[in-house]
Design a protein around this ligand. Sequence first.
Ligand code: HEM
Length: 206
Amino acid sequence: MAFGLLPLLANAVRRLAEASGDAGSAASAAGGAGGVSLPVMAHVVGATVFVVLGALQFSVSLRSRRPAWHRVAGRLAVVGSVLAAASGVWLAFAALEDDGTLLFAFRLVAAVGMGVFIALGVVAVLRRRLRRHRAWMIRAYAIGLGAATQLFTLGFGEALIGTGQVGVALLNAGGWAINVAVAEWVIRRAPRSVARPAADLAVVGR
Ligand code: HEM
């Protein structure tokens, strides 16, 4: 959760600095007054809900003690993820001219991927396929955390290769790729010791 909140906090600091008079980002050019447009607002609210509630969904002790919480928070986290991904596409269109088609394509793949993984996670839990549900939600959350990993890939990468459009696009893609690789590692790592069937069956009402 702390890792996921990093880009949101960094952005809040940047926006406070911008409020002192600098030109806004491509996102703020997406039609907002005072630099905070509707897609930016939707993006930040959706991402915050997804990052905070999504992290809590992975707590085994919370699932076993409060199964009803997992069901309610899960629904809200799904709404947050859809809001973050849809507004992310909107922002990607707004930034297309500045950021180029390659980064636009990567953002589209990430947003669609996150949406599809969430949908597959929901379908899995409706079918009581708990291990599959966990795996798809880990993948979706990993894509959501791409914004945090990109702080580092862009921070270090731009110092090394500069800020050319193709380089920046690849550094963004690198952030998502690292997260997806870590997600696959987490999913495959000793699954039996991570999942607690009794807690999870309580969540789905068995
Ligand atoms: C796959 C889903 C996502 C996509 C496709 C996406 C895409 C974008 C795009 C295109 C922008 C505008 C960049 C610009 O100004 O040039 C943006 C801004 C931002 N995104 Fe995302 N994003 C996604 C998910 C997330 C998540 C989960 C978080 C939080 C952890 C997040 C945090 C941010 C922040 C803080 C900004 C800056 C908003 C502003 O200008 O105030 N994004 N995102």
